[in-house]
Design a protein around this ligand. Structure first.
Ligand SMILES: NC(=O)c1ccc[n+]([C@@H]2O[C@H](COP(=O)([O-])OP(=O)(O)OC[C@H]3O[C@@H](n4cnc5c(N)ncnc54)[C@H](OP(=O)(O)O)[C@@H]3O)[C@@H](O)[C@H]2O)c1
Length: 263
């Protein structure tokens, strides 16, 4: 299947590692002009060099803390100046702090709000004029299975990813007339540094090894394994394609079947 993504300008946020990076790589393989961003210049340099070594194309990279509006404005501007108006925006973020209600102070709530919800709102606001002018656009938010099945110790993720889901659904009905789709992809357990860190936290609490925690996570999945980041990226790239032009306002899980609800 040809996805018609050649020369489209794609910005994947929070993408120096994990699912964001895998997504950037897959878009490059499809011939898109790709920009990645994260807080850490060294991580970006390393990732860009590794991608260049593997695919012979180096993504554009921008240092951007997605919790900060000036960084977001700068990122959209420099990507637009270098690669043209953004056709495909993938809103990713780092995982919000883990913890239960009693653990969360106001600062944690405010950080999570900016990290998960406002980053998606702000990037979307800045790319929409260009998408409307071209009468074409794709916005894909990376959320979590937590929007369907809240995870006990991930309160901030449960709350703010649900807000992103409602945001996407609401704006999808207003911008469909410009041929712009907005969708959410919900990863299940995916083997990245985020999952590793969560396993280490859980291991400390339970007294088990983190290897045991990861193995038992995999055992809870009907497919009996953890996802690879590129398996999440595959759906994201499909949703950006011409073929997915009638899918909007949807939330699709890539979770190996772990969410138990039928809808
Ligand atoms: N892995 C899973 O099992 C899973 C499951 C469900 C949902 N998710 C969600 O999917 C998203 C991606 O997860 P992942 O597993 O790929 O995470 P990851 O491997 O930890 O990668 C997170 C990325 O976000 C960047 N980042 C973090 N904070 C940032 C900030 N303030 N500004 C800019 N970039 C920032 C990091 O780069 P720098 O450190 O270089 O800034 C890194 O590139 C997360 O929101 C996660 O919660 C993951």
């Amino acid at each position: 299947m040809k996805f018609n993504l050649k020369n489209k300008t794609v910005l994947v946020t929070a993408s120096s590692s994990g699912i964001g990076r895998a997504t950037a790589e897959l878009f490059i393989k499809e011939g898109a002009k790709v920009a990645i961003c994260s807080r850490n210049k060294e991580n970006l340099l390393k990732t860009a060099a590794e991608i260049k070594a593997a695919l012979n194309i180096e993504p554009m990279w921008v240092v951007c803390d997605i919790n900060k509006l000036p960084d977001i404005e700068n990122t959209v501007k420099v990507v637009k100046d270098s690669l043209g108006d953004i056709d495909v925006l993938v809103n990713n973020c780092g995982g919000p702090a883990a913890g239960y209600f009693e653990d969360m102070k106001d600062e944690d709530w405010e950080y999570g709000f900016n990290q998960v919800l406002m980053s998606a709102v702000r990037f979307t606001r800045l790319v929409l004029p260009g998408m409307k002018a071209k009468n074409w656009g794709r916005i894909i938010n990376i959320t979590s299975v937590s929007v369907k099945q809240p995870i006990d110790n991930l309160l901030l993720s449960n709350v703010f990813r649900s807000a992103v889901t409602a945001f996407a659904k609401t704006i999808s009905s207003q911008i469909g007339k410009y041929n712009i789709t907005v969708n959410n992809v919900g990863p299940g357990f995916t083997l990245t540094s985020r999952l590793y860190d969560l396993a280490v936290i859980k291991a400390k609490q339970s007294g088990e090894s983190h290897e045991h925690v990861l193995a038992s996570m995999a055992n809870d999945v009907p497919m009996k394994r953890l996802a690879r980041p590129d398996e999440i990226a595959s759906l994201i790239v499909y949703l950006a394609s011409e073929q997915a032009g009638f899918i909007t306002g949807s939330t699709i899980m890539v979770d190996g079947g772990i969410v138990k609800s039928t809808y």
